[in-house]
Write a protein that binds this ligand. Structure first.
Ligand code: 5GP
Ligand code: MN
Length: 350
């Protein structure tokens, strides 16, 4: 088996293989363990990081969680979310933790570029690096790569790791809550095609461990500010474009529009899925102007259509077949929309 194959296979063989035992016996027991995830952290990034943090603690090991920037307030309740070091707030402390780590866990991203401003310090850190991730085409920058792009969430992979360590019976409630949250948010509340019988088997164990799933759903989806709901209403009624002949819908928001509704981190989440839920729509895009004049894009598709290919070719990004993201730098919103529209003939033929 080539190095590449060995590093990128998950499966039961790899879970039983020395590489996983190594994580625990030789490397995981290091004194300075740091866990990092991607920028604009979502439920899976925050959930998997805190889940591993709690599990290591239950096993008697201390670790630090360092994220590139803040996450939506509806994840603040996650156990020990307060302990997370945000690199954009505490740059020196965050960089020192990563630079001096003995073991660096890189969760929910397929290459250091996805960690934004932390890219360089992750690359140059001499830590033993372990990636656990479910994005396609992982970059081979780490010592151990546990990658399964068919898996619905990194949290599900972390559970697999805990099982491979035969520690699933020692799952703490905190670990279980964090895992449940990431699995829930990355699978659209368990409805995407990535959800398997194994996903539900794991969920069963998490509930048996004491997770209150109704309460978690309420924290994440049922505690919206009025301004957020009004902004979503505005986006749907004023900012939705549909090209029925191309089975495509687009929603865009500028900085001015978001400011008008006091937009906060996470407030625009879900908009792209609402566009995708329209009758006859197979591809949906959400375009958001950033403070520095770029247009950031979230793509979603149904079925076989790969938005990842579209994004990789035209929008300097990547992701999965049905969920991808990209960016057009220094581009005014109307130009970005026009450019996107010009691609529809080729990418979504009538
Ligand atoms: P979202 O639309 O939720 O921000 O991102 C959906 C998926 O697209 C993410 O899980 C991630 O895999 C991918 N993605 C988002 N932004 C980028 C990007 O700038 N570069 C790459 N390579 N992937 C991205
Ligand atoms: Mn994920």
């Amino acid at each position: 088996m080539s190095k590449e194959e060995k590093m990128s296979r998950w499966g039961s063989e790899v879970l039983q293989a020395p590489v996983v035992a190594d994580c625990w016996n030789r490397n995981v027991s290091a004194q300075s363990i740091v866990i990092v995830a991607h920028r604009s952290p979502d439920g899976d990034a925050v959930g998997s990081s805190l889940a591993l943090h709690h599990h290591l603690r239950a096993m008697g090991l201390n670790s630090s969680v360092v994220l590139p920037d803040g996450f939506p307030a509806f994840f603040n309740w996650l156990p020990n979310a307060d302990d997370i070091v945000l690199q954009d707030v505490e740059m020196e402390r965050a960089n020192a933790l990563i630079a001096h780590a003995e073991v660096l866990w890189c969760l929910d991203f397929n290459g250091p570029k996805r960690a934004g401003q932390m890219e360089e310090v992750i690359r140059s850190s001499r830590a033993f690096k372990i990636v656990v991730d479910h994005h396609m085409e992982p970059e081979l920058f780490a010592d151990v790569l546990l990658s399964d792009p068919t898996c619905g969430s990194t949290c599900e992979l972390i559970y697999g790791l805990i099982e491979a360590w035969y520690q699933q019976d020692s799952l703490s409630l905190e670990t279980a809550q964090c895992l449940y949250t990431g699995m829930m948010t990355d699978t659209g509340s368990f409805r995407f095609s990535s959800v398997t019988g194994n996903t539900h088997r794991i969920l069963g164990h998490l509930l048996d461990s004491g997770v209150n799933q109704a309460w978690i759903h309420e924290q994440v989806f049922g505690s919206n500010r009025i301004a957020k709901i009004q902004m979503q209403g505005f986006a749907m009624s004023e900012k939705l474009l549909v090209w029925p002949e191309h089975r495509t819908a687009l929603i865009s928001l500028t900085q001015a529009e978001m400011k008008r509704f006091d937009c906060q981190s996470g407030d625009t989440e879900g908009l792209v899925n609402q566009a995708l839920a329209l009758e006859g729509v197979e591809v949906a895009v959400f375009m958001k102007e950033s403070e520095d004049g770029h247009v950031k894009m979230s793509f979603r598709s149904k079925g076989e259509y790969s938005v990842r290919d579209l994004v990789a070719e035209h929008f300097n990004g990547g992701g999965h077949r049905n969920a991808a993201g990209g960016i057009l730098e220094n581009t005014p919103m109307p130009v970005a929309i026009e450019f996107f529209q010009s691609l529809l003939k080729k990418w979504m033929p009538v």
